[in-house]
Design a protein around this ligand. Structure first.
Ligand code: ATP
Length: 292
């Protein structure tokens, strides 16, 4: 078989020592984007590969020992979140490639380009721009895309069961999640909307964070919000109140259900939510003027 032509290495040249973290369970990591092909096509010197989560994430020390300059994350938002949290003390640059289902972080950094095009763009730039990413933080966890608190977070179990092909478990989890979605809620302290809400969504922003308090009653309200969400204008829904506090506190029974970039966690309340910026630099291949 003819070997793929390497991209002309200008910025991310063959001298660039890279460590790849890939999650084969992420929604769009496929054979066509195999690790070997990626390395061959980029002419980046792929020194090590971690298959997550079967293998543990490398530590900053491991990257330093191998003199790694570029960390390539080929996975979905959940995996990227895990690596970005674990390696925030490391001084190198990160290239995010869309390997997941939603790929919200990859879209922020590269628009809708595919992995091959992203590497080509990054390689063609003598000094690719690397930017810190904003995050929201609660307990030991961070979200770079969104943190969802409240009963709707229980839907993650149903999604995970579907992904694993466990349809009976998915059905059970969906029934529980549906019931919980209309019971309980979370209380938001330290904001103008200091009361119980169906769910609270915290979204990081370079200037701080946005907190959306969601108040839907029953399934008609939920369906309406769902349609508004699909149409892309959920933030303007009458069921949603947007605030920009510097910090807030969430309460909700003995344990609060949360999703951090799609990964499900339960934490005891009250839970302080704050925001910050990563120390890691993430390579961005689209300018703000480009189409998102
Ligand atoms: N920190 C983690 N520890 C263990 N497993 C994880 C972790 N993060 C993600 N996973 C698992 O890896 C699989 C793929 O998740 P990932 O978020 O990478 O891709 P995705 O869900 O397809 O994409 P996206 O999050 O962009 O929609 C899921 O089963 C997820 O639960």
């Amino acid at each position: 078989m003819k070997k793929a032509e390497p991209f002309s290495p200008v910025g991310l040249s063959g001298a660039m020592r890279a460590w790849l973290i890939v999650n084969p369970a992420s929604g769009s990591v496929t054979e066509t984007h195999s690790i070997d092909a990626l390395a061959a096509e980029t002419a980046i010197e792929l020194v090590r590969t971690t298959i997550f989560p079967d293998e543990p994430l490398p530590r900053a020390d491991d990257l330093a020992t191998e003199r790694i300059e570029l960390l390539i994350l080929f996975a979905g938002d959940g995996t990227i979140n895990a690596a970005a949290c674990a390696l925030d003390g490391w001084g190198g640059r990160v290239l995010v490639l869309p390997g997941g289902t939603m790929n919200m972080l990859a879209k922020q950094l590269h628009g809708s380009a595919d992995p091959k095009a992203i590497v080509a763009r990054a390689a063609a730039d003598p000094a690719p721009e690397a930017i810190p990413l904003p995050f929201v933080e609660a307990g030991p966890h961070r979200a770079f895309v969104a943190m969802i608190a409240g009963p709707p977070a229980a839907w993650a179990h149903a999604r995970e069961a579907v992904r694993k092909g466990r349809l009976q478990a998915a059905w059970r989890a969906a029934r529980i999640a549906w019931t919980r979605s209309f019971a309980g809620g979370v209380r938001l302290r330290g904001t103008p909307r200091d009361r119980r809400h169906r769910a609270v969504v915290a979204i990081p922003d370079p200037g701080g964070m946005e907190i959306a308090a969601i108040d839907v009653d029953g399934w008609i309200g939920a369906v309406r919000l769902g349609l508004e969400w699909l149409a892309g204008d959920w933030r303007t829904s009458p069921a949603v109140t947007i605030m920009t506090p510097d910090a807030a506190s969430i309460e909700g029974g003995r344990a609060i259900h949360l999703l951090f970039d799609g990964e499900s966690v339960k934490l005891p309340g009250p839970l302080r939510v704050s925001h910050g910026m990563t120390r890691l630099g993430f390579i961005r291949t689209i300018g703000s003027e480009d189409e998102q």
